[in-house]
Design a protein around this ligand. Sequence first.
Ligand SMILES: Cc1cc2nc3c(=O)[nH]c(=O)nc-3n(C[C@H](O)[C@H](O)[C@H](O)COP(=O)(O)OP(=O)(O)OC[C@H]3O[C@@H](n4cnc5c(N)ncnc54)[C@H](O)[C@@H]3O)c2cc1C
Length: 400
Amino acid sequence: MLSHLTKCCIVGGGPGGAILALLLARQGIEVTLLEQHSSFDRDFRGDVFHSSVMEIVDQLGLIDSLFQIPHTKIYSAVVDSPAGTITLDFGMIRSKFPHLTTINQSHFLEFIITEASRYKHFRHIMNAKVISLVEENDQVCGVRFRKDQAQYEVRSEITVAADGRYSTMRKLAGMEPVALTRPIDVIWFRIPRQTTDPEHLFNRSKNSSMLACVNRGEHWQMGMFIQKGTYPEIQRQGIHSFQQTLSELVPEFSERFALLTDWKQISILSASSSRLKKWYMPGLMFIGDAAHTMSPLGAVGINYAIQDAVVTANVLARPLREGNVSLKHLASIQKQRELSTKIIQGYQSLMQKQIIDPVLKNKNSTVGFKLVKRFRWLRKIMVILVGSGFKRVRIQEKPM
Ligand SMILES: Cc1cc2nc3c(=O)[nH]c(=O)nc-3n(C[C@H](O)[C@H](O)[C@H](O)COP(=O)(O)OP(=O)(O)OC[C@H]3O[C@@H](n4cnc5c(N)ncnc54)[C@H](O)[C@@H]3O)c2cc1C
């Protein structure tokens, strides 16, 4: 078995793993990033980026280059509620980037990896599926991965598991997350967008269905929230019935819904949220969805994974350079990130209970909506929590 040595081995090339790799490589720290897929292509896996991510990219001096990639800026969300229409204005966030930015996630990842590749301490292995941990003296000291039928080993001072919601690393380490919300399903699809369509993000709800519509420039990305396990019944009723449900929700788009003629144009994904009690063990740190799976409500998972990555780099860069990473450092990462994560997951859970569940059960509840509609400060808190997080995170170390 071929083996190589690095300072930090990161498992998972999603937003969290990619940003952490870039931050460490910039500071002259040897880092190896392992990604099981052979490309970054992924459909419907979160393309909405909030202000906090743009601020971090700006701090890296890369914002102008990032904005060369096709993207859309969204300045408000219009929520259709039983208490009437509520507008959430992202301008309420005090930021240089008071908007949502939608960018194809695969383009974003390619951009970050291309930037990281400029640093000689960065090593990136695609098509590398981690299958086991390397452990010695009750300490994780690397991983084994499979690539092209062969097995390899990476030994490292610290291993960071950034391998997402279905984390293999969690299972390998015997860590069990605590489930926080009842899972629901989301049906994802896209329809063309016309220049006369609204710019803002919006939702519509009616008869046990809720549809979120995200402006992606030339198309609308649409996510329909449904009760867990009801997709087979929707399919059984046929695609025309599905088109009709959509047309009742957004009548002005009904001609375009007719373009959905095959279930292959549609993806179904489970939405749930959970969190590990302890995000680390000797030699191993969990970040992003691997530590705290985020529901797509509010589209915050990328922010929080990237903020974890920034804090991880802030805390670990120096001890990695000096060769003295300890449990104290890993505990500090969890401490710095846990409260923000608990708050946003609590907020997501509240949104699910107050907004999504009543709609899916066809029980209109206006209390929460009335409060949000009435109080600007409440809308401001909602927008800030989602856009920047409870606590702003900034990169602390400078590149070598
Ligand atoms: C349908 C849907 C829509 C969403 N929309 C948004 C949105 O618009 N905005 C937003 O902020 N969040 C959104 N989210 C949440 C968001 O996608 C995640 O929270 C975010 O991607 C987490 O980043 P991460 O780096 O922790 O993990 P991930 O992005 O999940 O990346 C993990 C990586 O690890 C790799 N990996 C897994 N196992 C292994 C292994 N054994 N070996 C090697 N590599 C491995 C995976 O291939 C993957 O590339 C959405 C989630 C879903 C399900």
